[in-house]
Design a protein around this ligand. Sequence first.
Ligand code: IDP
Length: 142
Amino acid sequence: MAIEQTFSIVKPDAVGKNVIGEIYSRFEKAGLKIVGAKMIHMSEALAGEFYAEHKERPFYGELVGFMTSGPVMVQVLEGENAVALNREIMGATNPKEAAPGTIRADFATEVSANAVHGSDAPASAAREIAIFFKPEEIFSRA
Ligand code: IDP
């Protein structure tokens, strides 16, 4: 299977709950390598660029407000089938529907504050990684 990279965010709710390390541990235990990482506080402009596909959705304002409410960790995860594997360990978008043992089931309760983001396809991973990381900030171990 191909080695992929995917883009991940530990969202403001999870940073506030002090579970960055526990979430990073989930990535590593699943076989994903953290090959780029930093803490940032997103501006509205950056959050708007990142969530451009959701601009017309009713929750867009709430989403951008939440994502700019505090610092986040952004990271590039690398491994076999990384995009789908990360989605699997994150769990469903709504934590109430997330399978037991997933990150969202264990660290979140609301769809509007659901602990993590993960790219939904290789093409979106490439777009999202390029928004947040320069090539020299990524240290592939493939
Ligand atoms: P995903 O993050 O699982 O890919 P998307 O459908 O792409 O889910 O939605 C992006 C983000 O928008 C979600 O992670 C969630 O935080 C937020 N969101 C989705 N639906 C709602 C909603 O109904 N109310 C508030 N926020 C929502």
